[in-house]
Design a protein around this ligand. Sequence first.
Ligand SMILES: Cc1cc2nc3c(=O)[nH]c(=O)nc-3n(C[C@H](O)[C@H](O)[C@H](O)COP(=O)(O)OP(=O)(O)OC[C@H]3O[C@@H](n4cnc5c(N)ncnc54)[C@H](O)[C@@H]3O)c2cc1C
Ligand code: FES
Length: 257
Amino acid sequence: MRSEWTEVTESARLYGDTHIVWLTMPASFQAATPGQFVMAYAGEYGDPLLGRALSIARLRDGAAGREFALLFDVVGRGTDWLGRRVPGDRVRIVGPLGRGFEARTGVQRMLLVGGGIGCAPLIWLADDFVAQGREVTIVLGGRSEAQIFPSHLLPPEVEVVVTTEDGSLGQQGRVTTPFEELLPWSDQVFTCGPTPMFEAMHGVLMRSGLRKPAQALMEERMACGMGICYSCAIFPKRGGVKLCCVDGPMFDLRDLY
Ligand SMILES: Cc1cc2nc3c(=O)[nH]c(=O)nc-3n(C[C@H](O)[C@H](O)[C@H](O)COP(=O)(O)OP(=O)(O)OC[C@H]3O[C@@H](n4cnc5c(N)ncnc54)[C@H](O)[C@@H]3O)c2cc1C
Ligand code: FES
């Protein structure tokens, strides 16, 4: 897959340390699906050399055509560089990459669970499900209010449940409590966040005895994003070694632990 230049159309710090950057959408994105990601070459003159994996967080119609958003926390050099882009700057990307979420046909009640910046791929997924006329409940969890995606930026049809560990917004605690309560209601579960959250959700799923399909988006560190370097190998309980970038990043939650 070849890299393409995109142009920044809008850039802002959206909440806490989380930034959003809107970019012009290459034609290759026409067939992209929620849960897929791009490798963003975040730096001038090949420094840093490696791309940074970022989920496609949202799509929209801009003044000059379709645009896509990256929603990210500034954690190091690459995301710091990206967060300092202004409209008119160019960013080189490769994508869309990986296997995204796969919704079952004929199911209606979609339960989305995002831990911290794991909400990024779920925003587009929620937009998509609402456009398809499905019911969506999203659970957003974080350490404090500063890590929670603003609910007024989601479609009004989406039911939002917030948990924070310090109680600064929504219910005090972790996403697993509302996840357990909402599981019987849901037809299918989609989640993204830190791996300890996946393990806890897997425990809830197993204890419930309910056979709800559940997909998790794994965010392993990636160097190439296209199956060459093996830096993203994972060892799920079922199915042998997998490369997160090409076999995933979406995996069946039951296969992971
Ligand atoms: C498929 C996929 C999709 C992703 N989508 C998003 C997204 O939408 N928004 C977002 O903010 N982040 C996302 N990430 C994580 C993102 O790739 C890293 O935060 C980013 O590469 C950090 O680059 P950096 O140069 O700023 O930091 P670096 O200097 O490379 O690292 C800074 C710190 O971040 C940690 N780190 C780096 N990569 C990861 C990772 N993959 N997971 C956990 N910790 C990491 C490092 O250990 C270090 O502590 C995604 C990762 C993958 C694999
Ligand atoms: S990131 Fe290189 S093989 Fe997956």
